[in-house]
Design a binder for this molecule. Sequence first.
Ligand SMILES: NC(=O)c1ccc[n+]([C@@H]2O[C@H](COP(=O)([O-])OP(=O)(O)OC[C@H]3O[C@@H](n4cnc5c(N)ncnc54)[C@H](OP(=O)(O)O)[C@@H]3O)[C@@H](O)[C@H]2O)c1
Length: 281
Amino acid sequence: MKYLITGSNGQLAFEFLNKIKKGDVYGFDIDKLDISDEKSLKECIDWLKPDIIINCAAYNNVDKAESDSEAAYKVNAYALRNMALFSHKYKTKIVHFSTDYVFCGKEDFIPYGEEDAPAPLNKYGMSKLEGEKLLYSNYENFLIFRVSWLYGRGKQNFIYKLNEWSNKFSEIKVSVDEVSVPTFTGFVADISIKSIDSNLKGLFHLVPKGFVSRYDWSKKVFNIAGKEVKIIRAKQSDFNLPAKRPSFSAMSSQKISVFFGINFESWDYYLERYLKEGEKL
Ligand SMILES: NC(=O)c1ccc[n+]([C@@H]2O[C@H](COP(=O)([O-])OP(=O)(O)OC[C@H]3O[C@@H](n4cnc5c(N)ncnc54)[C@H](OP(=O)(O)O)[C@@H]3O)[C@@H](O)[C@H]2O)c1
């Protein structure tokens, strides 16, 4: 089995590169393969003829995407159409990741299922939704996992930022009106690999159980890490960020958890394991 992992310097790619033990694994970062470059993407797929592409590459700067949406669409959307078209010949399976930001937010506090209609509030969410559509409308051999609030080994996540802020400031303001599911990259990689091995196809939500506000998540992080930090309750509007985020975008993974007969643990179970066994704050 030959794997191509795109965006190989990212936090999710890190887990795949560590966890896939059987087969030939080729991890390419943006310098080796820019997925938005149609010609390079075609040449790479024609040369490697991978059995599986795990697409971890993404334009993830949610705020910058508001003023730079063309760049976000190139990576998060149009590249998926090309990946699908170039993969036909080799029947390559494409494993792709999307986001809870394809949803606009709910008021009933019932997590979103796969059957709920997306309606993104920001350009990043729009580009990711377009990527999903361009993949499944052009190809059948795909897996799309919608994930949320990813954290893992790397710098592009909220836990890393919390730690940085706590070392610089005496108090930190965090929003209470953003609720979703913090998701450990190791959990996503484990279930994705299991899904690949089971030849699963389709679109699934992939997050642990439960949900939490960013404010309570921050409190939990410092509590587990045994670090005393003053956290101030804030609202999204206090930060005046370019991109609007949904207030409640938690998703339910019931569909995939029933498929595998696995009862996923709650988000704080994975957080505790991550902070105690892995990363130290
Ligand atoms: N992080 C989250 O909270 C979150 C939430 C929901 C969904 N997701 C989705 O989950 C997936 C994995 O995210 P992640 O957190 O692992 O992201 P990440 O750590 O930011 O990794 C993404 C990688 O893709 C690279 N990249 C950017 N443009 C590229 C291009 N044109 N060609 C090739 N590589 C490119 C980035 O390089 P540079 O760093 O040099 O730009 C980075 O190394 C993505 O699809 C993301 O949209 C993430």
